[in-house]
Design a binder for this molecule. Structure first.
Ligand code: ATP
Ligand code: MG
Length: 259
């Protein structure tokens, strides 16, 4: 059976992606004129994204840097269909998220998008293994198939002996690694990682980052990695800085890059 990424690419060649440098079918996620505003506690409107344009091709890794509060998590949430922009469009696998009904949007989110959050959001009532099985079951995998892949993914993040632990019985870093396994469970077309290694030791963090770049390179996922770590950011093919609501090219980890 073809992967969800391949199925989406086949179903939707992405003809309405404008201005792309890669062939349209190769664009995994794109944003056009995306605006996001929040109403602050003081009743004033805060414009976090002021017209963001972005294309990320399959197999491409980009990193997004920027000061705390600049809107990086907001951008990932909008790209991943977890939040709706006030204006502009987001396409995933050539599909306009705004045109999907709730059921189709949920399906795209669970089959095409892998999200590693700044804070992990595991399901507390379920074991590590069940947390990794869940997105696969939602996407229609059989129990046996989901279980086997979940075991394999947990082994891949060094947690084969923690499969039956619930989140409360795991360390913070272990919970985060379960969240990574869960994000990869359905072989996503787009992998969105938001400061994924905050509470990991350097070796474990590096292994996680290696896995992200491997999935991008070998499985053709588009990787969007938000990080404050400039050395990590520089591993991506493109480094973009979110500043004053816009994405700008950032050229290498120079001093003052986060200014
Ligand atoms: N639901 C909300 N309502 C109002 N304001 C919000 C909401 N969510 C985020 N904000 C504001 O939007 C801005 C961007 O937040 P966001 O979480 O995207 O920043 P960030 O770049 O991810 O920051 P960090 O590096 O600290 O994680 C912040 O100033 C925040 O206060
Ligand atoms: Mg954030």
């Amino acid at each position: 059976m073809s992967s969800p990424a391949e199925r989406f690419a086949a179903e939707a060649p992405g003809t309405d992606v404008r201005g792309a440098t890669a062939p349209a079918a190769e664009i995994a996620v794109s944003a056009r004129g995306v605006r996001k505003e929040y109403l602050g506690g003081d009743g004033r409107t805060l414009t976090v994204l002021a017209g963001v344009d972005l294309d990320v091709a399959r197999g491409e890794a980009i990193s997004v840097i920027g000061r705390s509060g600049s809107g990086k998590s907001t951008l990932l949430q909008v790209l991943g269909g977890l939040d709706v922009p006030n204006a502009g469009t987001v396409h995933v696998g050539g599909r306009d998220l705004a045109r999907l009904n709730e059921e189709d949007l949920a399906r795209v989110r669970s089959t095409s998008i892998g999200f590693v959050f700044q804070f992990h959001h595991l399901l507390r009532e379920f074991t590590a293994l069940e947390n990794v099985m869940m997105p696969q079951l939602i996407a229609g995998a059989g129990d046996r198939q989901a279980r086997d892949r979940a075991r394999e993914l947990l082994a891949g993040v060094g947690l084969e002996d923690r499969a039956t632990h619930k989140p409360s019985q795991l360390s913070g870093g272990e919970q985060q690694r379960v969240a990574v396994a869960r994000a990869l469970a359905n072989r996503p077309l787009v992998l969105l990682a938001d400061e994924p290694s905050g509470n990991l030791d350097p070796e474990t963090a590096e292994a996680m980052h290696d896995e992200f770049f491997r999935v991008c390179r070998d499985e053709g996922a588009a990787l969007v990695l938000v990080t404050h770590d400039l050395a990590l950011a520089a591993r991506a093919g493109r480094v973009l800085r979110l500043h004053a609501g816009h994405l700008e090219n950032a050229h290498g980890p120079e001093p003052g890059l986060l200014e």
